[in-house]
Ligand binder design. Structure first.
Ligand SMILES: NC(=O)c1ccc[n+]([C@@H]2O[C@H](COP(=O)([O-])OP(=O)(O)OC[C@H]3O[C@@H](n4cnc5c(N)ncnc54)[C@H](O)[C@@H]3O)[C@@H](O)[C@H]2O)c1
Length: 261
């Protein structure tokens, strides 16, 4: 079926996020910071939410120097009240919440299955799984009322392939993917699409590690991902109107490395 009633301007607008309000958790550094830059340069009002206020502030100064609309919010995604306050402030100050990118997760040293402790699970679950869940619950009423919403969660190739030595992290990331699929089904009728990104954009601290070397050996494109230029455009698509018939999916944004497994 063709749509002669859809103009060129409307078609271009589908692929844009101008005027959209997008929360990016963990945007004080790394992948979140890169996505915040990409979305802001594309015209979104970005809520820079992080539990390291100095880093969130740095990202906001960068966005301010671009002349981009933004809001700085200190949030600890492990604390449900803090997550609720982040969303409430977003709506109070920017008038709406169109999309949320649940990128933040608190890390700790990983352990293999034989050694992993409940305490390790607590760190990864409270921040990754429960933090993502609470954020989804907090934005849902606003998105449902608008009849439109975009939720992007963060998974990992390590979880998908069961990478050795990352028991609690892997379990938390696969739980996030399960939550993504469940919400995708439950909220499709509300006009909300829910997807996940599994990125490969190792921070400088990981370069030279065994895991990083394995990634480089198996990456068809032979390079590390760039948070702004490689992960950012996928996040933008998943937050746009163009992402209208995809939900519950995980996008492996890793230069094709997923094909090794
Ligand atoms: N970088 C990669 O190659 C890679 C690979 C697979 C998955 N991931 C996932 O992508 C996401 C981003 O990864 P990254 O490498 O940029 O991580 P990072 O550790 O560099 O940055 C995480 C950001 O989240 C913030 N944060 C952590 N805990 C928080 C909390 N409780 N409340 C609020 N903010 C909190 C940190 O302050 C930091 O700014 C994570 O979910 C990670 O698991 C990354």
């Amino acid at each position: 079926m063709l749509h002669p009633e859809i103009t060129s301007d409307e078609t271009r607008a589908m692929h844009r996020v101008e005027g959209r309000v997008v929360i990016v958790t963990g945007s004080g550094q790394g992948v979140g910071r890169g996505m915040a830059h990409h979305l802001a340069k594309a015209g979104a009002a970005v809520v820079v939410a992080d539990y390291q206020p100095d880093k969130a502030h740095r990202t906001c100064e960068e966005l301010a120097s671009l002349g981009a609309a933004h809001l700085e919010v200190e949030v600890d995604i492990r604390d449900p009240a803090s997550v609720d306050a982040m969303v409430a402030r977003t709506v109070a100050e920017l008038g709406r919440v169109d999309a949320i990118i649940n990128n933040a997760q608190t890390f700790r040293a990983n352990a293999p299955v034989a050694e992993v402790q409940a305490d390790d699970f607590d760190v990864f679950y409270r921040s990754g799984v429960l933090g993502t869940l609470r954020a989804m619950q907090a934005v849902h009423p606003h998105m449902r009322a608008a009849g439109w919403g975009r939720i992007v969660n963060f998974a990992s190739s390590m979880g998908r392939v069961g990478g050795e030595g990352f028991a609690a992290y892997n379990a938390s990331k696969e739980a996030i993917r399960a939550l993504t699929r469940t919400a995708a089904r439950e909220w499709a009728a509300d006009g909300i699409v829910v997807n996940a990104i599994a990125p490969a954009a190792a921070p400088p601290r990981a370069v030279g590690s065994e895991h990083y070397d394995e990634f480089m050996r198996n990456c068809p494109m032979g390079r590390n991902g760039d948070p702004e230029l490689d992960i950012g455009p996928v996040a933008l698509f998943l937050c746009s109107d163009a992402c209208r018939f995809l939900t519950g999916q995980t996008f492996m944004v890793d230069g094709g490395t997923f094909m090794w497994s």
